[in-house]
Design a protein around this ligand. Sequence first.
Ligand code: BYC
Length: 324
Amino acid sequence: MATEAKPAAPTEDPVKLAEFEARCDRGETIEPKDWMPEKYRRQLTRMMSQHAHSEVVGMLPEGNWITRAPNLRRKMCLIAKVQDEGGHGLYIYCGTETLGTDRAELIDQYLYGTAKYSSIFNYPTLTWADIGVIGWLVDGAAIVNQTMLAHASYGPYARAMIRICKEENFHKRQGYELCATLARGTPAQKAMVQDAVNRWWWPSLMMFGPHDTNSPHSADLLRWKVKQKSNDDLRQRFVNLTVPQAQAIGLTLPDPDLKLDQATGDWKFGEIDWSEFNAVIAGNGPMNRERIAARRKAHEEGAWVREAAAAYAAKHQPAAGQAA
Ligand code: BYC
């Protein structure tokens, strides 16, 4: 059931548009009932819904390891983390609905249409060390991106990000602590965590999206202060934060070109394999088919829960006329 393409955005009232852009320039927060250009509404619906889909699909690679966690403490942390990701999806779907598209349609666009979700969740979790590395690198990258989005011009999105970032910080710390423990463990444990870092490093850098010169949505999103920083700026910030963290626990990052630029303080890094990124976002990554199949199965098997919840709500809703 692919949803139909939306019609082209209407021409906006130039006076209202100028007022709106002035509000964005002044750093004001835009709320759901405020006037906004149709393109702002569409851009946010696209970006926020893709973010919500990512949170939910992100439960799969990690959920896969819950039964295999090596001890009770690690299992509790992982269950809590996976549950948090589901909650993040929920907040962001709720925020997206304030823009006027209901959740069923957003999920339909994702499961049966062309809506994207983060490339990172199309890679397999091969060993227990992957769970630590996802917490450290993937949640670490998400924090860099989402700390910026906590200042986004759209109120419901920005507010969701504040709570999400607090939880992501916990995720990152438990992941880094897991990596540090393995890195100072037996030679086999150290090799396992190094292998996981080698596999997740480049996909983590891809999470920030294409180069600025190749990012069609950035100009609008930066002008409207949805994004406060560009894809490349955030990627550089993530690299600068992560290199010393890797050094501190004796792990290396798989990039022979990684070098500190003394003048700027930036860690310069090698070129990302954009052909891999493009393949993954086009649906041809290592786990794309499996992830979407798992999500469709869960959605279809959960139909009875949605029906039961709707029937329960209808039963407890006062009949028309009685309400008064
Ligand atoms: N993966 O013009 P661009 C998490 C697409 S979940 C897939 O730069 P924009 C977590 C992009 O959508 C973290 N697609 O776009 C959960 C666009 O395609 P469409 C998820 C990507 O929007 C569980 C096209 O490429 N975070 O942390 O200006 C466990 C052109 O790109 C990607 C968010 O979603 C990608 N990596 O910038 C653990 C954050 N990159 O829509 C952790 C919110 C680009 O035209 N989103 N594309 O078909 C954003 O900040 C921005 O949307 C992006 C892209 C930086 C991702």
